[in-house]
Write a protein that binds this ligand. Structure first.
Ligand code: SF4
Ligand code: SF4
Length: 225
């Protein structure tokens, strides 16, 4: 979800890259009385990598997860999946009774970055920001940004993030020329190609990236992007 706001409004005003030290280490949230991971509405929007990690990690298909762990909502005109907060208590379904994440190793990219966010300088470059007012613990420690993300093969992941960002922006820019039925067809196509069709055949992240590239090429060809 993109926001058109000034850096100073939402962050400490600085831009960070993966080798920078950032004060975001919560030390496993020890001693904090806040319970994050609840009442986040529709904000944990998932990209195809998130869905690949979750569906292969817990051995359930995207369609099996829809309704219980995931839901669909409209984000800037496109139907996208997000983590579903539970109706009874507003908590993410993956939050355990001890307030730990049950899918920590395969948690979505937005959760992985928190309290960092991405700041897009243009369509192909982004940097990270420390989001203001997100983590309210007083004594956060400094940590190297890439260590905080904990993503193996960060360069390949960044390439994926940029490709997905560009593709979604292109799709969104197409929407203004379409009628409701055409938008419905485009959304169905996009959901099926990038989310519903399983990534189960991908044996590791590198084969996921190859498969993702093929799907982007297919989408561009079919949609004339
Ligand atoms: S997936 Fe884990 S880290 Fe993300 S909101 Fe749910 S419990 Fe929190
Ligand atoms: S406010 Fe910060 S330290 Fe507290 S639970 Fe949330 S992320 Fe952890």
């Amino acid at each position: 979800m993109l926001r058109n706001v000034s850096l100073d409004e939402i962050s400490d005003g600085k831009l960070y890259t993966e080798n920078d030290m950032v004060r975001v280490d919560t030390n496993s949230c020890q001693g904090c009385r806040t319970v994050c991971c609840q009442n986040m509405g529709k904000t944990i929007v998932l990209d195809p990598m998130d869905v690949y990690r979750l569906t292969t990690g817990i051995s359930r298909t995207f369609e099996e997860m829809l309704g219980r762990e995931l839901e669909l909502n409209v984000v800037d005109g496109l139907i996208m999946p997000n983590l579903k907060m539970q109706e009874k208590d507003g908590k993410c379904i993956f939050l355990q009774d001890d307030n730990r994440c049950s899918v920590h190793g395969m948690r979505p990219g937005i959760c992985r970055m928190f309290p960092l966010g991405r700041y897009w300088e243009d369509n192909t470059h982004f940097k990270y920001i420390v989001q203001k007012g997100e983590c309210n613990k007083d004594n956060l420690s400094k940590i190297k940004l890439k260590k905080w993300l904990g993503i193996e093969g960060l360069a390949a992941y960044d390439r994926f993030v940029i490709l997905w960002h560009q593709y979604i922006k292109q799709l969104q820019s197409e929407l203004s020329g379409l009628d409701d039925e055409q938008i419905r067809i485009l959304n169905t196509f996009n959901l099926r190609l990038f989310y519903i069709t399983p990534y189960a055949e991908c044996r590791d992240e590198s084969s996921f990236y190859q498969e993702f590239d093929k799907r982007v090429a297919t989408a561009r060809e079919k949609l004339g992007l």
